[in-house]
Design a protein around this ligand. Structure first.
Ligand code: AHM
Ligand code: MG
Length: 335
């Protein structure tokens, strides 16, 4: 195994062999996502050259400024997946409603939820951004997919992953049989297996949070932050070093590889939390659990939250199980 070169295509096929009843539809869906990731990575790499950078001047439905590359990433994923007959519907951070499969094209048994370009405020400084996705089996029997198909508990995820556009492009995915990371060799245009069977390290290395909003947070979240910093008087500990990109994918990726915790609690500006449950928190929660970690909204496992709305927000504590459970304890005690 050590000196083999394993492409993502081969890896997906080999994983599929473990399911004798598999038809190949699911594998093809994962290739399509990987291909969309390569197209987005290429566009990102040349964005500065062709003047793609900067704002379109439009606001997306979350009233945040939308960058041109967000639009490109969103369109690429939709175009790649609309006509294949593999999906019943899609949902994206950039679109208010469920994205239907165009009339005249067949529908399939899966739904795809995604954040096409997370952390977009990082684009114009050439810092890391990423695509997050989750795949579910549809619940409805046939015909166009429904919102209920997209609003499933994270626990029902059949595949989740992300593509991180950093100093190199990586795709990390799981189908519930380990978490595997692939690095894009842009010379040959292939994602090659570079991080088989990722497990979050047992020793936490970094904590990751935006301290600017400390004053807006609940007593429990504040105290948890102080505990991580080693300044809780009742329970002093070695402080955990901090890192914060301000792009969830990048902050999560580091947490997965190096160990530690990322958290974005609820606060008085965002009483429900800032991050989105369906296409941000759930896919990453599914990945972290598969890698030996844990994700919580502060009260319960994120994967057990019943989504009500496509763009629902949630507090998120994700990474090392012991640290995330400690956050839950602070919140239970003080909030
Ligand atoms: P978005 O770029 O899809 O809107 O995502 C929101 C981003 C996350 O990537 C990141 O974790 C968070 O917002 C950072 O928020 P803040 O600037 O408040 O720290
Ligand atoms: Mg996002």
């Amino acid at each position: 195994m050590d000196d083999q070169i394993i492409t993502i295509e081969r890896h997906i096929v080999e994983q599929e062999r473990e399911y004798p009843e598999a038809t190949g539809v699911f594998s093809n869906l994962l290739y399509d996502i990987a291909l969309a990731g390569k197209i987005i990575a290429r566009e990102m790499a040349r964005a500065g050259l062709v003047g793609t950078l900067g704002s379109t001047g439009e606001m997306n439905i979350q009233r945040e400024e939308q960058m041109k590359l967000d639009v490109f990433a969103n369109q690429t994923i939709i175009r790649m997946n609309s006509f294949t007959g593999r999906l019943a519907a899609m949902a994206s951070e950039e679109r208010e409603d469920v994205i239907d499969i165009p009339r005249g094209y067949g529908t399939g048994k899966y739904v795809l939820v995604f954040d096409p370009l997370d952390g977009s405020s990082n684009i114009d400084i050439n810092a890391t951004v990423g695509t997050i996705f989750g795949v579910y089996r549809r619940r409805s029997e046939e015909g166009p997919g429904t919102i209920a198909d997209c609003l499933q508990k994270g626990r029902h995820t059949v595949a989740a992953g992300y593509i991180i556009y950093g100093s190199s492009t990586m795709m990390v995915y799981t189908t519930g049989k380990g978490v595997h990371g692939f690095t894009l060799d842009s010379g040959v245009g292939e994602f090659l297996l570079s991080h088989p069977d990722l497990r979050i390290p047992n020793t936490p290395r970094y904590s990751s949070v935006n301290h600017a909003y400390e004053a807006f947070r609940s007593e429990g979240a504040k105290r948890f932050g102080r505990w991580l910093q080693g300044i809780d008087e009742e329970d002093p500990r070695e402080p955990l070093s901090e890192r914060y990109f301000g792009a969830l994918v990048a902050d999560f990726h580091r947490t997965l590889l190096k160990g530690g915790i990322f958290y974005y609690p609820a606060d008085s500006r965002y009483p429900e939390g800032k991050l989105r449950l369906v296409y941000e928190a759930n896919p990453l929660a599914f990945i972290v659990e598969e890698a030996g970690g844990y994700a919580s909204d502060g009260l319960q496992n994120i994967l057990d939250v019943e989504p009500r709305d496509l763009h629902q927000r949630t507090p998120l504590f994700i990474g090392d199980r012991v640290l995330v459970e400690k956050a839950e304890q602070f919140i239970a005690k003080f909030d």
